[in-house]
Write a protein that binds this ligand. Structure first.
Ligand SMILES: Nc1nc2c(ncn2[C@@H]2O[C@H](COP(=O)(O)OP(=O)(O)OP(=O)(O)O)[C@@H](O)[C@H]2O)c(=O)[nH]1
Ligand SMILES: Nc1nc2c(ncn2[C@@H]2O[C@H](COP(=O)(O)OP(=O)(O)OP(=O)(O)O)[C@@H](O)[C@H]2O)c(=O)[nH]1
Ligand SMILES: [Mg+2]
Ligand SMILES: [Mg+2]
Lengths: 276, 296
């Protein structure tokens, strides 16, 4: 793509196109291009490979932020899983159950989506298939009360990890965000402290609105980490660069399919190699 | 928003008259940025800007408009024209009319099946819902509960000990037999979400199309989709020759540029939009409303 020698305007446009097409925000794409230009200013002979590697290095700089370890190592840990509709929360809770059970943790799941048709049955099936206990209430029961019951059971028995599945909700629905804040308050009250992790699930196929989602959910329930799903699709997940560098939040896990084992810890190395 | 940004671009313009190439170049930089922020596909933005530039050069500014307003009008008119308006559902065929919903995971197909059923029921049609998603846990139950909430009959996919006993084509086959027996005039098939790059699952859809010849194959797409909306829509359309698009979650605050990306790519009508989680949150698509959102 790139002619030998300097990077010209046509090359810049090709780089910008590749970056934007991967769902990196325009602003971040421009920053990456400026940094690459500075980095390669002294290079006499520029090849496509040199430019590509410089880009990868700049992306690497943006996403290799040091974050504290995930809070899953204590005797008791509570995770709440939140996000907009259809991004993969319930599936992710199912996968996380198996992920931690495989690592010797005693896991229990709370089915706090009491709103959507078959919301609780969906996670109950996951629990059955992976051998994980699920606490669910009645149809249309107040999700905060299901959460309360789950925390009680979690405290009484020797479970290590409580995973809480919540209903999908758009961040611009004030009453739904208030409901989520209430669920968190009830959990914190029953638990005696803040939940250990509140993960927002982001669908890799969605665009720039994902950043607004992270921002808005963070404002209401203090998001501590991000899980990006559907990276097995054709979307590249460039939004991850923005989430880490602009929201200063760690991407903890990625979802790569619909089976229980399709979850892995986020690796900045693997991500930047696959991005370009 | 974009109007105030464009007013800034033109504030040093001396008097009115014609739009010069330089004024247009400067203003189009802002428009391009705005469309990219709205998630319109990079390559589609490029084409759009070119076509707006050609329409704008040498245009005389209308007496009642500022140059910025003139540019906005050209852009908005172009967007509205590209997005088109809804076209009616193809339900004039001999009953039972078959409508099949397809799309990526989580886009809103199952919910939309219920919405479409309620919409057609209110038009005095007798609808039969068919759950053909045999993969997702509790997918069949989800559609059953949706049907029950609006009093619409749902095909009873045979299950035993949590195992589904029919494949999707067998489900549809049995459902059509029952529909004919009970004189249901409209069948809505809910299919499993799938990646457009999943060949076996795309073959499954092709099989359903070839066997049952649906009168409508509607691509259900999340209005928040990003840059990959083009490749996703293109692939589904090339595989199945879709008859239309339904955009969901339009009640969110995403700018919805995917609507333009999809429409430009498949050149098929966007027929409806989903505007909430209730089954009544369903509207016919009008391009001008979405155009204003995309412009921001
Ligand atoms: N290909 C793929 N599909 C996924 C992934 N994660 C979830 N899905 C699918 O996405 C769809 C939606 O998943 P859910 O877990 O129901 O999403 P949700 O966020 O709980 O949805 P709501 O509760 O309705 O808001 C399902 O078909 C899942 O199988 C992933 O990593 N890859
Ligand atoms: N706010 C809002 N939510 C919607 C809309 N349409 C669907 N949803 C929600 O989006 C989520 C996913 O909807 P589903 O109908 O399960 O999606 P699906 O395409 O059938 O998912 P898969 O079968 O897993 O591919 C649910 O939480 C729905 O309530 C809409 O127009 N607005
Ligand atoms: Mg869910
Ligand atoms: Mg479904």
């Amino acid at each position: 793509i790139f002619g030998a020698g300097k990077i010209d305007a046509a090359d810049i446009e090709k780089i910008e196109e590749a970056l934007v097409l991967s769902d990196i925000s325009y602003k971040t794409a421009e920053e990456l291009i400026e940094s690459v230009k500075k980095r390669l200013a002294k290079n006499k002979d520029l090849t496509a490979d040199i430019i590509k590697q410089a880009l990868k290095d700049e992306v690497g700089d943006k996403i290799s932020v040091k974050f504290p370890e995930i809070k899953d190592g204590n005797d008791k840990n509570i995770f709440i899983i939140v996000g907009v509709n259809g991004v993969g929360k319930t599936t992710t809770v199912g996968k996380l159950g198996k992920y931690y059970a495989d690592r010797g943790k005693k896991v229990i799941i709370a089915a706090c989506d009491t709103f959507r048709a078959a919301g609780k049955e969906q996670i109950e099936v996951w629990g059955q298939r992976t051998g994980i206990e699920v606490v669910s209430g009645k149809e249309n029961q107040d999700p905060a009360s299901v959460a309360h019951d789950a925390v009680q059971k979690f405290k009484e028995k020797d479970y290590n990890i409580l995973l809480i599945d919540t209903a999908g909700r758009l961040h611009n629905k004030k009453h739904l965000m208030e409901e989520l804040a209430k669920i968190k308050r009830v959990i914190s009250k029953s638990y005696g402290s803040e939940p250990d992790e509140i993960f927002i699930v982001i669908d890799a196929g969605l665009g720039q609105n994902s950043l607004v989602q992270v921002e808005q959910f963070k404002e209401i329930v203090n998001i501590t980490g991000v899980i990006v799903t559907k990276l097995d699709g054709s979307a590249k997940g460039g939004i991850i660069i923005d989430i880490i560098s602009r929201m200063n939040l760690p991407v903890r896990f990625i979802g790569t399919g619909e089976s229980p084992e399709d979850i892995s810890e986020f690796s900045p190395e693997i991500f930047k190699d696959n991005l370009l | 928003g974009l109007s105030s940004k464009l007013e800034k671009v033109f504030k040093n313009l001396k008097g009115y008259g014609k739009l010069s190439e330089k004024n247009i170049e400067d203003s189009l930089k802002e428009v391009r940025l705005s469309l990219l922020e709205a998630d319109v596909n990079y390559l589609i933005v490029k084409e759009f800007i070119e076509s707006v530039k050609n329409k704008a050069v040498g245009e005389k500014v209308a007496d009642s408009l500022t140059p910025a307003q003139q540019i906005i009008k050209i852009i908005r008119d172009e967007l509205v024209e590209l997005l088109g308006n809804n076209e009616p559902l193809n339900i004039k065929a001999k009953p039972p009319v078959i409508i099949m919903l397809i799309g990526l995971q989580g886009s809103g197909k199952t919910t939309t099946a219920g919405k479409l059923a309620l919409y057609l029921h209110r038009m005095k049609r007798s609808v039969y819902l068919v759950p053909a998603d045999v993969y997702r846990p509790a997918a069949i139950l989800q559609l059953k509960k949706i049907g029950a909430s609006i009093n619409i009959p749902v095909y009873e996919t045979p299950e035993e000990n949590g195992k589904i006993l029919q494949k999707p084509d067998e489900i549809v086959n049995s459902a059509i037999e029952i529909a004919e027996k009970h004189a249901y005039d409209t069948i809505i098939i809910d299919t499993a979400g799938r990646l457009e790059i999943d060949e076996p699952l795309m073959d499954e859809l092709k099989l359903l199309k070839n066997k049952f010849n649906p009168n409508e194959i509607l691509f259900v797409a999340d209005s928040m989709l990003g840059q990959s909306a083009v490749t996703v829509a293109k692939t589904f359309n090339e595989a199945l020759d879709i008859s239309g698009v339904i955009l969901t979650k339009v009640d969110g605050d995403a700018r919805g540029g995917a609507a333009l990306s999809i429409k430009k790519t498949v050149a098929k009508p966007i027929k409806f939009i989903g505007v909430g989680e209730k089954l009544s949150d369903f509207e016919v698509f009008y391009g001008d409303r979405i155009a204003d959102r995309i412009l921001g």
